[in-house]
Design a protein around this ligand. Structure first.
Ligand SMILES: *[C@@H]1O[C@H](CO)[C@@H](O)[C@H](O)[C@H]1NC(C)=O
Ligand SMILES: *[C@@H]1O[C@H](CO)[C@@H](O)[C@H](O)[C@H]1NC(C)=O
Ligand SMILES: *[C@@H]1O[C@H](CO)[C@@H](O)[C@H](O)[C@H]1NC(C)=O
Ligand SMILES: *[C@@H]1O[C@H](CO)[C@@H](O)[C@H](O)[C@H]1NC(C)=O
Ligand SMILES: *[C@@H]1O[C@H](CO)[C@@H](O)[C@H](O)[C@H]1NC(C)=O
Ligand SMILES: *[C@@H]1O[C@H](CO)[C@@H](O)[C@H](O)[C@H]1NC(C)=O
Length: 457
């Protein structure tokens, strides 16, 4: 027996030397004990030596958090002396040197120090000293946490702050944690954790804060306890306003439909509470509310008609609104589903071509006419002569008539060939004719009839 013991000790000591692991005669499983208030706590000690072959002597003492130290019990193998103050509170039984604390109280917290002297029977004179310190906490288990929100009503994004509080009726050293939709929350720019995390302050509240909030509470002696979920409702928006056609076509800036085709447009925006929608027509300067609600129904027969539509989404709680505008063009396009990014481009080339060609035609006609005869020059030559010859003509309508002559010249230009030739002939005749006045009147009277009809159709 003694041989084996010594062998054990020697092996142990060799191991200690080699591995630097404490060669212990006593073992304590955990150096920290979390005790529950009101319950017993055993400070258990494993003896790793044959207690019956050794003499032991030792003490258990207690050091409170404030540093006050008390010797609880002094013991030998045969006897123990317990501090009278702890007689009903502690239990110490031989040969086991474990200490049982009955009905833990808050003040039992602190360090428990075991000092043990061991002297083996066959090795008298050699006293081995073993010392251990155990830290004991005494906690009350946590009750189910209760979550609370301030303000209790729904809040408006960016305008309000929200304070969440988590409280427990019972429990010490409670560790709180916050969750939104079962995702743990951590401190951020808008999330402030106060009062040891029992309070979560959100400032300012945003759309993304919407969700179900929950808090958990735990402490060293309790499993995690969850509160019930509480909703945070945040009023926001409208955001991401867009207009879609029910036919499954996303509208761009311009939407083209066939005449008589019935199209639906739907206005959508993210908002809480839901938006109220108004459709506005912006045709010809005047804006006019056509309909309310997200849906717009359009059927138009007027070809080449262009109309501006505007969908306005309004959140009557946040008092914010958003608008989306698009242009509807009625045109025969077969499918009626083509889109034009720029309506102006499709129209302007035609107009430009039309204007240019009419200008060119006009110029050509004018040039042609001027080449065939020069009515103005002829007229002016003629016109100037009578005035120089006849110093004082009858000034009774004759001057006005000659002045009309010039105006007529212009009227006669773009007419039909007959008319231009006629005017040309008559003007050429004028030079030779003696009675100038009558010829002039003739010209005035006759020529305008055919050219004016030619011009104005
Ligand atoms: C010490 O004794 C107590 C009972 O008095 C027992 O519950 C405990 O398990 C013992 N500890 C060891 C290490 O033997
Ligand atoms: C203890 O006993 C063992 C075996 O009986 C012996 O080998 C050992 O030397 C003894 N130790 C001492 C210190 O006498
Ligand atoms: C929200 O909290 C901020 C500070 O974070 C404060 O300045 C502001 O006045 C609070 N707003 C409301 C509506 O209480
Ligand atoms: C509060 O919570 C945060 C995040 O969950 C954590 O990092 C921090 O240690 C906690 N603080 C306390 C005192 O519990
Ligand atoms: C806001 O609009 C909703 C419908 O979108 C309506 O039910 C509610 O009564 C409106 N509230 C106010 C204050 O106008
Ligand atoms: C368009 O509206 C402006 C201002 O409301 C007004 O001055 C202008 O005369 C209007 N134009 C037409 C063509 O109605």
């Amino acid at each position: 027996m003694e041989a084996t013991r010594t062998t054990v000790l020697c092996v142990c000591c060799v191991l200690f030397a080699l591995t630097d692991v404490t060669c212990e005669l006593i073992h304590i499983r955990s150096l920290v004990h979390h005790g529950i208030e009101g319950r017993h706590l055993l400070l258990s000690v494993d003896s790793r030596f044959p207690v019956n072959q050794a003499e032991i002597q030792g003490t258990w003492s207690h050091t409170k958090q404030n540093g006050a130290r008390t010797t609880l019990v002094t013991f030998t193998k045969e006897n123990n002396i317990m501090d009278m103050m702890y007689r009903n509170h502690l239990l110490f039984r031989q040969p086991n040197v474990s200490l049982l604390i009955l009905k833990l109280k808050k003040e039992d917290e602190g360090y428990y120090h075991l000092s043990l002297n061991i002297e083996f029977h066959n090795k008298t004179g050699l006293v081995i000293k073993e010392e251990r310190t155990i830290y004991v906490t005494v906690d009350e288990p946590v009750s189910i946490p209760v979550i609370e929100k301030k303000p209790s009503y729904a809040v408006i994004e960016d305008k309000a702050n929200v304070t969440w509080t988590c409280s427990v009726e019972k429990g010490t050293r409670v560790v709180f944690q916050w969750f939104r939709d079962n995702v743990a929350l951590s401190p951020s720019k808008r999330y402030h954790f106060l009062q040891d995390n029992s309070t979560l302050f959100i400032s300012p509240v945003r759309k993304e804060d919407k969700g179900t909030y929950r808090c958990t509470a735990t402490n060293p002696v309790s499993p995690i306890k969850k509160s019930r979920g509480a909703e945070l409702n945040v009023y926001y928006g409208p955001y991401n306003l867009e207009v879609n056609s029910v036919q499954g076509l996303r509208t761009g800036e311009v939407f083209t439909i066939n005449p008589g085709e019935l199209v639906f447009f739907e206005c959508q925006a993210d908002s809480n509470p839901p938006n109220s929608y108004v459709w506005i027509s912006k045709s010809r300067n005047a804006t006019q509310i056509i309909t309310e609600g997200p849906r717009l129904e359009v059927r138009s027969y007027k070809l080449a008609q262009t109309e501006e539509y505007l969908c306005r989404a309004f959140n009557n709680v946040t008092k914010k609104q958003d608008e989306a505008q698009f242009t509807l063009v009625v045109a025969s396009l077969g499918t009626g589903k083509e889109k034009y990014t720029d309506e102006g481009r499709s129209v302007s080339p035609l107009a430009v071509i039309a204007v240019c060609s009419s200008f060119i035609i006009g110029f050509m006609l004018l040039f042609l006419f001027r080449r065939t005869c020069h009515p103005k020059r002829v007229l002016m030559n003629f016109y100037n002569r009578p005035f120089t010859e006849q110093k004082r003509p009858h000034r009774s309508g004759h001057e006005d008539a000659t002045e009309d002559f010039g105006i007529y010249e212009f009227v006669s230009i773009p007419g039909k060939m007959e008319s231009t030739q006629a005017s040309c002939r008559s003007l050429a005749r004028l030079e030779s004719v003696q009675d100038m006045h009558t010829t002039i009147y003739d010209v005035i009277r006759h020529v305008p009839e055919s050219p004016s009809t030619g011009l104005l159709k």
